[in-house]
Write a protein of this length. Structure first.
Length: 420
């Protein structure tokens, strides 16, 4: 009982953070819609109820949802500050995401014995999604990776990334691959596993490249390499895959115009300051203008940055919350990924362990790619910042991914100790 009461203490931090965020949103003079006030109050209430349900029903890790709610609150504050309508939509997406979060926990726990047997289903659904996108997809920002249904835009690749993790984890841990009497896997069987994993990874990456979606292709390949590093034992095979990735990047830079533009803009944005380099330069100016402490919520000028609601939301955070605010956001992501790896280390089920690793790497690499592009550390990509960038597909799928992690952390008999 004492341990349970101690786990409730972070609730006060959650309530304080949400009330502070709600106050900032309501006091913003640029906000005209009264719906914002009601949605803010509803969001705070949902956060408190969700946290109490997770703790009182013993649904595992008590910190995942706190981090998620804090990141989402920051995202909603910034989205509302930039555009009131976007803020309302983002809050509604957040509420839908929380619903999907708990549905995922329930479904994953109920059918936990079957997830590692559905490799062909994961792969088949992924390929079908790629085909539908190729046939019915719309082009946005140079990439054909959207399907528009009834005026609603859906990005299938956001859902495929979860299927990708599940498929690789299933192959790497499936019991159909026989072991000898000492439970040591035969080298031929291990090579067969890694070969199948490589085939799945390269087919997914190739389909993404056909859609000109290089950012998510890099994310997929990073997940694949992390699995190869952990489960493989051949340095030659690992090196060959890195060489293949570098070769694909070199070919892209040399022969694909949209990649050439991104790389040349990254190297010298001032060469076309009012054209191709305008985005990254405005991003750098915004971060510089914010300084360490920031200009304050509502006192910056993030609207000068193109696509600020999605690709460049981190620049807006740094401008109005300062570099220190940006670092605080990155620390939240760091703790989130850390919790994911801790869940993986605590799980005694091989499949759940592999899934936790893949989802944690996915969140970490995705954050690095988008933040690295915004601060001109690497070339820009079209990946969103989890829980903060504006976008329905990204919000829902990230909640589903974290719901899987939450479910894994709560499985009795398959987690070594209570995760603290």
């Amino acid at each position: 009982m004492e341990k349970r009461m101690l786990s409730i203490k972070p609730l006060f931090l959650l309530i304080t953070a949400n009330l502070l965020g709600m106050l900032i949103v309501i006091m913003n003079k640029d906000i005209q819609s009264e719906n914002i006030v009601y949605l803010c109050a509803l969001m705070c209430l949902i956060n408190v109820i969700a946290y109490l349900v997770i703790n009182l029903c013993a649904l595992g890790d008590g910190y995942l949802f706190i981090i998620i709610s804090m990141l989402s609150s920051i995202g909603i504050i910034m989205q509302t500050r930039i555009n009131s309508d976007n803020g309302i939509r983002q809050m509604m997406l957040y509420l839908a995401g929380v619903f999907c979060y708990f549905i995922t926990i329930i479904v994953y726990k109920v059918f936990h014995k079957y997830w590692n047997r559905l490799t062909l289903v994961y792969f088949g659904v992924s390929i079908l999604s790629f085909i539908l996108t190729a046939l019915l997809g719309a082009v946005k920002n140079g990439s054909k990776n959207w399907i528009i249904i009834g005026g609603i835009s859906i990005q299938p690749s956001e859902f495929i990334r979860i299927l990708f993790v599940l498929s690789l984890a299933a192959v790497l841990t499936n019991g159909k691959f026989k072991k000898n009497k000492d439970q040591v896997e035969d080298k031929k069987m291990k090579r067969l596993r890694l070969g199948i994993v490589a085939i799945i990874a390269y087919i997914n990456a190739f389909c993404l490249l056909l859609q000109r979606e290089w950012g998510i292709a890099v994310l997929f390949f990073a997940i694949y390499l992390s699995y190869l590093f952990i489960y493989g034992d051949s340095k030659l095979f690992f090196s060959a895959n890195i060489f293949a990735a570098l070769s694909a990047g070199f070919i892209g830079v040399k022969f694909m115009s949209h990649i050439q533009v991104r790389v040349s803009t990254w190297l010298d944005p001032f060469a076309d300051a009012t054209g191709k380099g305008y985005q990254i330069l405005q991003s750098m100016f915004a971060i510089s203008a914010g300084g360490f402490a920031g200009s304050g919520i509502g006192h910056g000028a993030p609207y000068f940055i193109p696509i600020v609601s999605s690709d460049f939301i981190f620049s807006a955070i740094c401008e109005e919350m300062g570099v220190l605010g940006g670092i605080a956001v990155l620390l939240l992501y760091f703790v989130l990924v850390y919790r994911g790896f801790k869940i993986a280390l605590s799980s005694t089920n091989d499949f759940n362990k592999a899934v936790s690793i893949g989802l944690s790497v996915m969140l970490g690499v995705q954050t690095f790619i988008i933040v690295g592009g915004v601060v001109k550390l690497i070339p820009l990509t079209g990946i969103t910042l989890p829980f903060i960038s504006y976008g329905g597909s990204s919000m829902i799928t990230t909640f589903i991914a974290l719901g899987i992690l939450q479910a894994i952390s709560s499985m009795k008999g398959e987690v070594t100790d209570e995760i603290e």
